[in-house]
Design a protein around this ligand. Structure first.
Ligand SMILES: Cc1cc2nc3c(=O)[nH]c(=O)nc-3n(C[C@H](O)[C@H](O)[C@H](O)COP(=O)(O)OP(=O)(O)OC[C@H]3O[C@@H](n4cnc5c(N)ncnc54)[C@H](O)[C@@H]3O)c2cc1C
Length: 304
C-alpha cells in the first residue's frame, strides 16, 4: 500500500495541469509546512529564524522542468535575486537550484549560459551554489555540467543519490577529485533497471558513499532525516576525527525540527533546505511520496 501511494504521488509530481493550478492558487493543501512562502521576504524571514537558532540555510527558488526559454531566463534572474538578498541581508545561506529550472530541457547551451551568470554573481558574493540532482535521465548530463563548471567555479557543488546503482562509482570518482557533494537517498520515481528497489539496499549504499566521501578532501553534506544513518555518521566523524569544516548535516525545512535542533546542540553544523516561490507543487508531491502519512496535511488543508 505504502509503495502504491509513493508511486501515486511521484506520478502526480509530474502532472503539468495540476502544477499550473498550484501556481495560480498559491500555497495550498498544507504545503506551507514544507515551503517557507512565495516571496523573497518570506524566505529571508525563514532564513533569519534558522540563523538565530544556530543553523545555516540553502535557499531554493522553486522551479523545475521548464520548457520555455523566457521562463528559464526568468528563473536565472530569480536565482540572482535570491543571491542578492542573501548578500544584502547578510544571512548565512547558500543557493540550491535545478538544471531543468534554468533550461536544461530546452538546450544545454541555454542552461550553461544561465548557470554561468548565476555563478558569476555567487562567486563575487562568496556564496556556494548547489546543483540539485533530478531524475536519472538527467543524471549524466548534470554531472557533466558540474565537471565543466567546477573548472571555473570553486563555489559549486552537486548531489549524489544513493538509490542509483551508479552512485558509489560517481562518489568514488568525485571524492578522488576533491569535489564537494551533498549525499541524499533520492526522491524520484526510478525503475529497477537503474535504482535499488529495496530501501535496505539504498540505506547501505548511502553509508558506503558517506564513509568514502567523508575521508576525501571534498566537503560532505549528509542530507538525510534518517536517525540510524545520522547516528552512524556521528560515530564515523568522531572515530575518524573529521573536522567540522569538512562536513555538515542537512535537512529539509519543516521536517524533523527536533532532530535538527539536537544536532546543533551537540555541536554539529546543520543546514536547512528552504524552498520558496509559487512553483511548489512538484516539491510538495515528493514530500508526500516520502511519507504518505503526510497526507493528513493535505486533508486538513482541504478542510480549511
Ligand atoms: C537538504 C536536502 C536536499 C535534498 N536534495 C535532493 C536532491 O537534490 N535530489 C533528490 O533526489 N533528493 C533530494 N533530497 C531528498 C532525498 O533524496 C530524500 O527523498 C529525503 O531526504 C527523504 O529521505 P531520508 O534520507 O530523510 O530518509 P527516509 O528513510 O525516507 O526517512 C527517514 C525518516 O525521516 C522522516 N522523513 C523523511 N521524509 C519525510 C517527509 N517528507 N515528511 C516527514 N518526515 C519525513 C521520517 O521520520 C522518516 O522515517 C534532499 C533531501 C535533503 C534533506
Amino acid at each position: 500500500m505504502e509503495e502504491m501511494l509513493r508511486s501515486f504521488f511521484l506520478t502526480l509530481a509530474k502532472n503539468q495541469s495540476a502544477n499550473r493550478w498550484a501556481k495560480r492558487y498559491g500555497l495550498r493543501l498544507g504545503a506551507q509546512r514544507f515551503v517557507a512562502g512565495e516571496t523573497i521576504p518570506d524566505a529571508m524571514q525563514a532564513v533569519k529564524e534558522l540563523n538565530s537558532i544556530g543553523m545555516t540555510a540553502t535557499l531554493d527558488h522553486l522551479g523545475e522542468f521548464v520548457a520555455d526559454e523566457a521562463e528559464a531566463r526568468q528563473s536565472a534572474t530569480d536565482c540572482i535575486e535570491a543571491l542578492k538578498a542573501i548578500h544584502e541581508h547578510e544571512v548565512l545561506s547558500t543557493l540550491s537550484l535545478k538544471m531543468t529550472q534554468v533550461g536544461l530541457d530546452i538546450s544545454r547551451d541555454l542552461c550553461m549560459e544561465n548557470m554561468r551568470s548565476i555563478l558569476d554573481v555567487a562567486l563575487a558574493y562568496g556564496i556556494v551554489v548547489n546543483i540539485d540532482m533530478e531524475d536519472e535521465t538527467r543524471c549524466q548530463v548534470t554531472l557533466d555540467i558540474f565537471d565543466e563548471l567546477r573548472k571555473d567555479y570553486p563555489n559549486v557543488m552537486t548531489v549524489i543519490q544513493a538509490y542509483l546503482y551508479r552512485s558509489l562509482d560517481d562518489v568514488l570518482r568525485l571524492a578522488g577529485e576533491g569535489a564537494s557533494l551533498r549525499l541524499v537517498k533520492g526522491a524520484y520515481k526510478e525503475s529497477e533497471k537503474v535504482a535499488f528497489p529495496d530501501k535496505a539496499d539504498v540505506d547501505s549504499n548511502y553509508i558506503k558513499m558517506m564513509e568514502a566521501h567523508l575521508l576525501s578532501s571534498g566537503f560532505t553534506a549528509i542530507a538525510t532525516h534518517d536517525e540510524k544513518i545520522i547516528h552512524h555518521a556521528k560515530e564515523y566523524i568522531a572515530n575518524h576525527q573529521i573536522a567540522p569544516d569538512k562536513y555538515e548535516f542537512q535537512m529539509l525545512y519543516g521536517i524533523r525540527a527536533n532532530l535538527q535542533q539536537q544536532l546543533v546542540s551537540e555541536g554539529h553544523p546543520v543546514r536547512i533546505y528552504v524552498p520558496y516561490g509559487n512553483d511548489w507543487y512538484g516539491y510538495f508531491m515528493r514530500r508526500l511520496a516520502e511519507r504518505p502519512a503526510n497526507v493528513s496535511f493535505v486533508l486538513r488543508g482541504m478542510v480549511h
